[in-house]
Design a protein around this ligand. Structure first.
Ligand code: KDG
Length: 307
């Protein structure tokens, strides 16, 4: 039994120290939104499984070892011949990024419904997927549909990436998956206006619940999170970040830790506040999984933030 199961593609992260150029120093990491989510859920104390397809070569093995090191179960992973997807990133503390993918026809994009164990999905406390895995191939999109239909609590992060999906496809997927979702987490103002034509977090939350989503957490950066839960709306304030090095993966860490805490018994508002604290710490590390705070570090940060 897993508290949380995440579906997605794990990517090798090549983070350069300066703008992309020949000879620039780089640091290799293991990331991708699904792993960022899974690692944060595991750090929050959940038993986490990751459904993903890795290559079989040395790189695939290294990725697998890192997943294990992050406290995420490797039992649901598949490995087969193919190229591990990668991305190149240079980011500064202001959030300016140079970003490039090397993931077309990657082994991760071969994920299909055949890679899913329906019993595992039905028994999980929550199943999480994002618009990224739904965008990378038709078979991966089908896997998301099957997982969403099987899950007791399906959590969907639209995570719109214009380089991977047209706006039209992203909007259609959101319309199809919202009715199956226990929680949807769009970001505002970008995704709420692009995917929902919503002019406010409230309009976005109302639009998603009228599509059939049970709960909505609109992430609004430093303004906090606008939560629609059990038919009631409220703002949950963000938690100030002690220091900002790189914002990669902060939204993913919010998603993974919020879902984990809710499955482990927190009310959704409490879980969201926890997720906000985790996100504010993650930006102090480099890369998607460069710093994943422990539950003790998050608790201490929340305590000092509320003094
Ligand atoms: O949310 C962070 C992600 O953008 C980063 O990990 C790269 O997964 C990634 C993607 O597909 O954009």
């Amino acid at each position: 039994h897993y508290d949380v199961v995440v579906l997605g593609e794990v990517l090798v992260e090549v983070a350069t120290e300066a703008a992309f150029d020949d000879g620039v120093e780089a640091r290799l990491g293991v990331s991708g939104d699904a792993l960022n989510v899974a690692a944060a859920a595991a750090a929050a104390g959940a038993e986490v499984g990751l459904i993903s397809v890795l290559g079989e070569d040395e790189l695939g093995q290294a990725v697998r070892r890192r997943i294990e090191e992050l406290g995420v179960s490797t039992d649901l992973l598949r490995q087969r011949p193919g190229q591990q997807g990668a991305y190149f990133v240079h980011s500064d503390p202001e959030g300016n990024r140079e970003f490039s993918y090397a993931r077309s026809h990657s082994v991760g994009s071969t994920l299909s419904p055949e890679d899913l164990d329906l019993e595992v999905l039905r028994n999980a406390g929550a199943v999480i997927a994002s618009g990224i895995i739904a965008a990378i191939s038709d078979t991966a999109a089908q896997a998301v549909d099957v997982a969403a239909a099987a899950a007791r609590r399906f959590v969907y992060d639209p995570n719109h990436r214009p380089r991977l999906s047209s706006l039209e496809d992203a909007r259609r997927r959101l319309r199809e998956l919202a009715p199956l979702s226990w929680l949807v987490t769009p970001s505002s103002p970008g995704e709420t206006s692009d995917l929902l034509d919503a002019e406010s977090p409230d309009a976005a939350a109302q639009a998603l619940t009228s599509m059939g989503a049970s709960n909505v957490a609109v992430t609004c950066g430093a303004d906090g999170i606008y939560l629609l839960h059990d038919g009631e709306t409220r703002w949950i304030s963000s938690v100030p970040a002690p220091h900002v090095i790189d914002q990669t993966g902060a939204g993913d860490a919010f998603l993974g830790s919020t879902t984990a805490r809710a499955v482990l018994g927190d009310t959704l508002p409490d879980a969201v506040r926890w997720g906000a604290a985790v996100a504010s710490l993650v930006v102090g590390g480099r890369g998607g999984t460069g710093f994943v705070p422990t539950a003790a570090q998050t608790r201490e940060h929340l305590r000092t933030a509320s003094i």
